[in-house]
Design a protein around this ligand. Structure first.
Ligand SMILES: [Zn+2]
Length: 365
């Protein structure tokens, strides 16, 4: 499969524009026109992972942590990063990273964590983006109404909640005079024409706006398509970091920790709080989420599950009556391999393998 086509499928589900400004996501090394047969998914890429990819004839490595993050002035073999980039290019291995866009997106890392632990009916902890919506109104001769409606729906217009193909039609008369040089579908140059037309109004999210307008123009018979486009105050769907879930019945922190240890296959968890504390609402931020403790409390959670908790984060949490389950950065994110493999396995043309390199820099003894 062509790399550009594969990336299009990935970014359709996990758009790059969801990532924070400071992040570095997308195709970081590689040729968009190359052919991809085998993909390796892994939390991050180091020399062992790159060697693993080369030995296994992998064409593309997909990481969660950005392989290139800090500014690079030179790519040569005198430093490790330069050496690895050089090695990737020399061996025709591309590298793609999906980081905070994958944390934020639906069915990304945080949603997968919730699914794995068995938390249902999840809400967003910290909204980062509200989808911008547009109203599109187009004037169509009666003969082409169904064709234009179909094109609008197929390209992503007209979705409201669990409904698709939403539009409103009203009848009217379209008036126009083709000028010299025009090639009108109806009427002739220099004569005012009046045509029975239908005004179709529909709603379009910003992310599909370009595609919707070009599909509409393609389906419309007129040389010059008359349409109005205006930004709405209505809020579209929201996306954001972290998830919150209200439990069906309260459980103790001990029970919560036992469940997490079992599902993540880990032996140790650091708990800030008392094992007997009963909780009924949990927040999750995979990776580093200690700075979200207060936010989690504001939305009613009694505990936040995350990694990278420092001593003073823990003290501050206890002071305000919050508990923290610190599973470690690695153990909340190594599941990236599982969720990405599940997503990519739907694409028939590629073979997806999970890295077997163990990447956790910490050992608990
Ligand atoms: Zn991370």
């Amino acid at each position: 499969m062509n790399l550009k086509s594969l990336i299009k499928k990935i970014e359709n589900k996990y758009p790059l524009n969801l990532a924070y400004d400071w992040d570095n996501v997308g195709l970081l090394v590689g040729d968009f026109d190359m052919d991809v047969k085998k993909v390796l998914v892994v939390l991050e890429a180091n020399e062992k992972v790159i060697n693993e990819a080369i030995e296994n004839k992998v064409d593309l490595i997909i990481t969660h942590h950005p392989f290139i993050f800090r500014k690079i002035n030179k790519i040569n073999t005198s430093d490790l990063k330069g050496k690895l980039i050089h090695k990737l290019i020399k061996n025709d291995v591309a590298l793609y990273s999906m980081h905070t866009n994958f944390d934020i997106a639906f069915d990304g890392l945080n949603d997968y964590f919730m699914e794995l632990i068995g938390f249902e009916d999840c809400k967003i902890l910290d909204i980062t983006n509200n989808e911008v919506l547009y109203k599109l109104a187009v004037y169509v001769p009666t003969t082409h109404v169904e064709k234009v409606k179909k094109a609008l729906a197929k390209s992503g217009a007209g979705h409201i909640g669990n409904y698709s193909h939403c539009s409103f039609s009203s009848e009217g008369i379209g008036n126009f005079k083709p000028l010299e040089g025009a090639n009108p579908f109806i009427g002739s140059a220099g004569e005012i024409e009046s045509v029975e037309e239908i005004k179709i109004e529909t709603i379009v999210p910003q992310k599909v706006l370009g595609g919707v307008i070009s599909s509409m123009i393609n389906a419309h018979p007129y040389e010059e398509v008359a349409y109005d486009l205006y930004k709405l105050e209505n809020k579209g769907s929201s996306v954001g970091l972290g998830r919150v879930s209200k439990l069906k019945q309260s459980i103790s922190l001990q029970e919560l920790c036992n469940n997490i240890k079992e599902k993540l296959h880990i032996d140790h968890i650091r708990l800030v709080g008392s094992v007997d504390t009963k909780i009924s609402k949990v927040a999750v931020v995979t990776g580093s989420g200690a700075d979200m403790v207060k936010k989690a409390q504001r939305v009613g959670a009694e505990v936040i599950i995350t990694g990278d908790v420092k001593y003073h984060d823990a003290q501050d949490a206890l002071d305000i009556g919050m508990s923290i389950v610190d599973c470690g950065h690695f153990d909340t994110e190594d599941i990236f391999k599982d969720v990405m493999k599940r997503f990519l396995d739907e694409i028939e043309e590629i073979n997806v393998v999970k890295s077997e390199v163990y990447l956790n820099p910490f050992t608990t003894i």
